[in-house]
Ligand binder design. Structure first.
Ligand code: SER
Length: 314
């Protein structure tokens, strides 16, 4: 029976992935962990865990009989640029601690990579699986190095580690935690509350994006795919939709005609400009039958319906 540990369980992906894994495997089989216990967390299985403390990870794995780790704890792109060395340590050492624990106990591992591994020399519009990765951000550098470490542990120690290069993720449940694509969530909250949003990217900045329902399903499907079919042990490209802030504004305005955005680019514009505008996910579709379900209109519709219901926003 799988016994799962999630690090970074309070983050944007962790919040929804914990729920999905519990629905799949049962509540007692899934332990959420994070550096702090959130005030409103009444989850009796929750553990406070610092991923930089390898001894603590190993003790928890032993005590709980963990068989799989979803290692999500990381610093995202915009926050990482403010404290590059701290971000490098968290993103890199945290991953190495998890991989080394997995090596000892032969655990299965999921680790998120990102479109941030690509830089100026990768194809812009339909970025291939195997191409030049010369990232310009410390976040991207840590993800590119991490991908290679994942393959190294697979090749040399047989650790069954699987990874996805997520695009920008959009969720109605959890707020993003300091990424360059956070605007695509903030804009919904501001559109509903104030009918106005000031975006930190230029209106024509197209980026690859995905609705969280698709991202969670991709994660579960990759982890359940037969190992034999997986040809990529660095990280898989996955795609769902690409849009710019201007296109998202227009799509929201179809539902909220009074909504307006204005644009005041900051340092995140340079990060966004270094990323692809679209992703070729042929390999994921071929190897584990990946297929997105949400496009821009479906995502916008679902976000607005759910935010209004859940957050009681009008
Ligand atoms: N959404 C992430 C970020 O903006 C990309 O992986 O940092």
């Amino acid at each position: 029976m799988n016994k799962i540990l999630i690090t970074g369980a309070n983050g944007q992906i962790g919040t929804e992935l914990t729920v999905a894994l519990r629905e799949r495997y049962g509540s007692n089989q899934v332990i959420g962990s994070d550096i702090k216990r959130p005030v409103a967390n009444h989850d009796h299985t929750f553990q406070v865990l610092d991923v930089l403390n390898k001894t603590a990870i190993q003790a928890l794995v032993q005590d709980e009989g963990i068989t799989e780790i979803y290692h999500l704890a990381a610093s995202l792109s915009a926050v990482a640029e403010k404290q590059p060395l701290r971000a490098w340590e968290l993103n890199m050492q945290g991953l190495l601690n998890v991989l080394d624990t997995a090596k000892i106990d032969q655990l299965k591992v999921f680790w998120p990579s990102s479109i941030a591994v690509f830089g100026d020399h990768a194809p812009k519009a339909f970025c291939s699986q195997h191409t030049i990765t010369q990232p310009r951000t410390v976040y991207g550098i840590s993800k590119a190095a991490g991908e290679n470490w994942c393959r190294y542990y697979y090749d040399n120690y047989g650790v069954d580690v699987r990874s996805i290069r997520y695009p920008g993720l959009i969720s109605h449940t959890a707020q993003p935690g300091g990424g360059t694509t956070d605007y695509a969530v903030e804009i919904f909250h501001q559109a509903i509350k104030n009918r106005q949003y000031t975006c930190y990217l230029k209106p024509h900045t197209t980026l690859p994006m995905m609705y969280m329902a698709d991202a969670v399903r991709a994660t579960l499907e990759l982890m359940e795919a037969p190992s034999l079919g997986l040809t990529v042990r660095t990280s898989y490209n996955v795609a769902a939709m690409s849009f710019s802030p201007g296109e998202l504004e227009a799509a929201i305005r179809k539902h909220l005609p009074a909504f307006r955005a204005d644009y005041r680019p900051d340092f995140r514009q340079t990060i966004a400009d270094s990323w692809p505008t679209g992703i070729n996910d042929h390999q994921a579709r071929h190897d584990w039958s990946w297929m997105p379900r949400y496009d821009l209109p479906d995502m916008v519709n679902d976000m607005l319906v759910r935010l209004r219901q859940e957050k009681d926003l009008r």
